[in-house]
Design a protein around this ligand. Structure first.
Ligand code: ADP
Length: 377
């Protein structure tokens, strides 16, 4: 290469190097800005070396955990502060996230180091590559959610208290209506019989609502009681069919034939799930349309589905409808009464039975809710 060519070569290299330097400076600047933003937000950050479990963290995390910034907390110390209920869950979640490279998102309770106070933390993390793209590192953020948790607790306590208080007078009212109803039937008074039967239905509806709230607060405090027995799901569906055909007149409810299938579960709670799915199908399906209930048995599981021809649920909402108090935003939702707890309770009940619940749906075509449970061995 001649002298001229060489100088061009050097120039290109120099331009390349200066572009790299420029990029690096820009990246460092952005990193510094990000660190400042994280520091002022109070968010804790952590990095765990997957093999050695060496832990690094920022000053915010030290403060959240109740340490002076310069104190050195080890991974084992950090895990040791978590309450016994949550410790195994956290260790498993970390191991799983490291092994699978999946996301880690867990809310747990732990003792603060300096004053032993119980606090709630939410920790979110994932496996990322280090700056050279060579080694994986498990890193994430932690936020103190104690205030939100206490707020939630107060709300739950309030709901539970109000529900308990409403239950007693409602039970008496139901009793009086029953007495009047049988009197009206005996004295052959069709008008009073009709009106009282309607009043009785309203009391039943209100009872279901209140029980829903009570169940939510019991679930939150881990006090939900399961009474598992062995029973035939075909029998249960027969009962539900008779009850539904008696009470729902606005839609065509079609129960496909069911073969015997025994499960070991809480019969009333499984009935509650099926009734809830049917009442949603009726609530969200136009009057006069068909709701179909099917049961499908495989070698190990029984699957129940409830199909409606309603307005459907968009894919982005299909997982969220099982969240507590979640209601899909739409023009019509204001007209349909509800609190967004029915499907949450269904999902919790099915999870407590080691089953699965999901929905398949297409906008304006309808939805099919499914749940499956293990068959009794
Ligand atoms: P609620 O019906 O009391 O609001 P749910 O927990 O039973 O509460 O349901 C949550 C939300 O999911 C509902 O508000 C509704 O938007 C949506 N949803 C439930 N079932 C259906 C259905 N069959 N078709 C369309 N949307 C439904």
């Amino acid at each position: 290469m001649d002298e001229h060519g060489q100088s061009i070569g050097i120039l290109i290299v120099a331009t390349d190097v200066s572009a790299q330097v420029q990029n690096r400076l820009e990246k460092e600047h952005l990193d510094r800005q990000l660190m400042l933003a994280v520091a002022s937000s109070g968010i804790g950050t952590w990095y765990i070396q997957p093999d050695t479990k060496a832990l690094r963290y920022n000053d915010n995390l030290a403060k959240i955990y109740g340490y002076e910034a310069e104190t050195n907390m080890t991974y084992d110390q950090a895990i040791g502060q978590v309450t016994e209920d949550y410790r195994p869950l956290i260790v498993t979640a970390i191991e799983e996230a490291i092994a699978s490279g999946g996301d880690y998102d867990i809310t747990f309770q732990q003792l603060r180091f300096n004053d032993g106070k119980l606090i709630w933390l939410r920790s979110i993390g994932r496996i990322v590559q280090d700056e050279n793209g060579e080694h994986s590192i498990f890193s994430g953020v932690v936020i103190d959610v104690t205030a939100q948790k206490h707020e939630e607790q107060r709300k739950n306590d309030f709901i539970s208290m109000v529900s308990h208080e409403l239950k007693t007078p409602l039970t008496s009212m139901g009793g009086y209506i029953q007495i009047l109803l049988s009197k009206a039937e005996q004295t052959n008074n069709p008008f009073a019989t009709n009106v009282l039967a309607k009043a009785n239905n309203q009391v039943k509806k209100m009872n279901t609502l209140i029980n829903g709230f009570l169940n939510v607060s019991r679930l939150d405090s881990g006090n939900i009681h399961m009474e598992k027995t062995s029973f035939d799901i075909a029998d249960l569906l027969k009962e539900i069919e008779e009850e539904t055909l008696d009470t729902v007149l606005s839609h065509r409810i079609f129960f496909e034939p069911v073969v015997k299938a025994f499960i070991y579960a809480d019969r009333n709670k499984i009935a509650q799930v099926i009734n809830n799915l049917i009442s949603n199908a009726v609530k969200y399906g136009p009057i006069g349309t068909t709701v179909t209930i099917r049961v499908h048995t495989t070698e190990n599981t029984v699957q129940v589905s409830v199909q409606d021809l309603g307005r459907g649920i968009k894919s982005e909402d299909q997982l969220k409808v099982f969240d507590r108090f979640y209601r899909v935003e739409s023009d019509q939702i204001g007209m349909v009464s509800g609190f967004g707890i029915g499907l949450y309770l269904c999902a919790e009940i099915i999870n407590l039975h080691h089953g699965r619940i999901w929905v398949e749906s297409e906008s304006d075509k309808g939805s099919t809710f499914y749940f499956s449970l293990p068959l009794e061995k």
